[in-house]
Design a protein around this ligand. Structure first.
Ligand SMILES: [Mn+2]
Length: 352
């Protein structure tokens, strides 16, 4: 399995004999096991998956390349394995709780623990063909749900009703669930970039922002659309056109090798020029995969390059308190030729 081979090479270059993986999504990524309780130990030659009685038979089916160990005391079991494998330096994920680290420190008698930040996450940034196909399917489900939503929304429906409809439709089309709590923000509430859906009814003349996504076979989609119900405020229509041209400029100009800073600036330059610099209050986007927010994260000043087969979001927005907000978000696959847009729901200015 090449994912494990890559991890092992990277451990060598960090002078580590082994790694303890506790993040459950990283465990799925490396082993194929999906469950709520597991710890993975990877040395240069061996690979163990520790879990409890609830999961051990499933683990044997899913993590076929791993030796499955059923245990009620993970720390003590790790200590035994580290002694047996003569491990001196072992990396662990620094997202592990303070209490769990303290316990490990107390119990491990030979191996020295070294914290690692985003060690597996870094590898997850670049997607395989099958991961890309799965994310595409998650995006198609979101697209379909949005198409149906346009027929559902009308004045009088509450934000929560709109959110519930999207959530239900995504499940109906094959999602296992939402990838985060669906955001529906209408009227002046749309100026809140992450407005929670409330019992507020949608009024005639409201702008409505919906930011939603689903999980399909463990992979996330994430998209945002903004539309108008009834005759729209001309100021908001103007803001819509600015955000749309910024969002589309990112699609046109992105390609493997472009720096994170340039990726951000391609949108920000257009918004700044239109006079809304202060109103674009968040980053341009983030990576997407097993987590709905994952590496890479974009900074205006980073010179790191976009890599082929990264899946990232493109989501500029403009928010004016007391007026409203506009955001448009797509999920993009970075290629050597440019980008492939994975979310294909309409982006033209829609007035229902
Ligand atoms: Mn997003």
């Amino acid at each position: 399995m090449s994912r494990l081979l890559t991890i092992r090479k990277r451990l060598l270059s960090e002078n580590l004999d082994a790694i303890i993986v506790t993040n459950l999504k990283n465990i799925y990524y490396l082993s194929g096991f999906w469950g709520t309780a597991a710890t993975l130990l990877l040395t240069q030659k061996t690979q163990y998956l520790l879990t409890d009685a609830r999961y051990s038979s499933e683990a044997r089916d899913l993590a076929t390349d791993f030796e499955i160990i059923e245990t009620t005391d993970t720390s003590e079991q790790l200590n035994q394995l580290l002694k047996k494998e003569v491990i001196r330096q072992v990396g662990f994920e620094d997202t592990l709780s303070f209490a769990a680290v303290k316990r490990l420190q107390t119990i491990l008698t030979v191996a020295e623990l070294k914290p690692l930040t985003d060690f597996v996450e870094l590898q997850r940034q670049v997607k395989s063909e099958s991961e890309i196909a799965t994310i595409k399917k998650a995006c198609q489900i979101s697209d379909q749900a949005f198409q149906d939503l346009l027929k559902f929304v009308e004045p009088g429906k509450t934000e929560i009703e709109v959110a519930n409809f999207l959530d239900f439709k995504m499940r109906e089309f094959g999602a296992s669930g939402t990838s985060f709590d669906t955001i529906v923000a209408s009227g002046i509430r749309s100026a809140l970039p992450h407005g929670r859906a409330t019992h507020k009814p949608i009024d005639f003349g409201d702008v409505v922002t919906v930011d939603f996504g689903c999980y399909y076979n463990h992979y996330a989609s994430d998209m945002t659309r903004t539309f108008f119900v009834g005759d729209a405020n001309p100021k908001l229509k103007e803001m819509y056109r600015v955000v749309q041209s910024a969002q589309e400029a990112v699609i046109e100009k992105s390609i493997a090798g472009l720096t994170y800073g340039e990726y951000d600036r391609n949108a920000r330059a257009i918004i700044d020029k239109a006079g809304y610099a202060e109103a674009f209050t968040h980053g341009i986007g983030h990576g997407l995969g097993l987590d709905v927010h994952e590496l890479p994260y974009f900074s205006k000043v980073s010179n790191s390059p976009l890599l082929e087969n990264m899946v990232i979001t493109d989501e500029p927005g403009i928010y004016l308190t007391g007026v409203g907000g506009i955001r448009i978000e797509d999920d993009l696959l970075i290629t050597k030729q440019g980008v492939e847009v994975l979310t294909l729901a309409p982006k033209e200015l829609i007035v229902l």
